[in-house]
Design a protein around this ligand. Structure first.
Ligand SMILES: [Zn+2]
Length: 263
């Protein structure tokens, strides 16, 4: 009987901890700043407590996890969201907007006047990438201009737009600023610099091999190309990129290079 009761309490513990987190993980950076994330997209969702209320950045943990996200937020602050920000318009970042708007959250789009925030617009991953710097928590939300879980995706702004975006981010904050990528681990400016260096190494190498007339298949098995891609694999995932994604990354890089030549 005793064993049975222990089993029941272990089961209960297990259930209550999963119910509490609801598949949404919480990273506490400071009293003011938390980063939440769901399994489906692993988008970094920022939660910042300000004098004007709670600010939520990129609320998308997954289609079935919005109430889980809400529970996680309530477990931290127990107050409704006042403002919603998006780093860009893709659904893995905006998917929860309506859910939190219905609860009274105000979506802030173009007219930006939130105290304590600096907002700049760049063009790299998408046509409009919003960068948000919050001075008090010294955090910079950069969306998918920077990703520490995937290869770079500079398809809207090309190499030029990417470089300008990174420069603009580096101009915000200071050396201690926390850089929050769209997906993957929160990082520092030195990781961002490393990401830029690896990206240039990648685009230069692809350009060189493409100009030599190498075929897609030849580029895909080139050992230097493979080595550069592994530099983006900061969490040592194995395999890092599915073959289809790897091929597409090369194809899209070539189209960016061709596009820039024609400018
Ligand atoms: Zn994304």
């Amino acid at each position: 009987m005793k064993g049975f009761r222990i089993l029941i309490s272990i089961l209960f513990l297990f259930i209550s901890s999963t119910a509490l987190s609801s598949g949404v993980s919480i990273q506490k950076i400071s009293e003011q700043l938390h980063i939440l994330s769901g399994k489906e997209y692993e988008t970094n969702i920022g939660l910042i407590a300000t004098e004007d209320g709670l600010v939520l950045i990129d609320p998308m943990p997954g289609n079935n996890q919005l109430s889980g996200l809400n529970e996680a937020i309530q477990s931290i602050h127990n107050e409704p969201i006042s403002f919603i920000l998006n780093t860009h318009a893709h659904s893995d970042h905006t998917g929860g907007n309506e859910y939190f708007k219905k609860q009274g959250g105000k979506l802030i789009e173009n007219t930006f006047n939130l105290d304590g925030f600096t907002h700049i617009k760049v063009k790299s991953h998408s046509e409009i990438d919003n960068i948000y710097y919050h001075k008090e928590s010294n955090s910079i939300f950069v969306g998918d201009v920077f990703d520490t879980s995937w290869h770079p995706t500079f398809y809207s702004g090309g190499i030029k737009g990417f470089n300008e975006a990174i420069d603009a981010i580096l101009n915000l904050g200071d050396d201690q600023s926390l850089i929050i990528p769209g997906h993957g681990v929160p990082s520092s400016k030195s990781s961002l610099l490393e990401f830029r260096k690896n990206t240039f190494e990648w685009t230069n190498k692809i350009q060189e091999l493409h100009q030599k007339g190498m075929s897609m298949e030849e580029i895909m098995i080139d050992t230097q190309v493979k080595d550069i891609v592994e530099k983006f694999n900061v969490n040592n995932k194995s395999p890092f990129l599915p073959k289809k994604a790897y091929r597409r990354f090369i194809e899209r890089t070539i189209s960016v290079i061709n596009n820039e030549k024609s400018l």
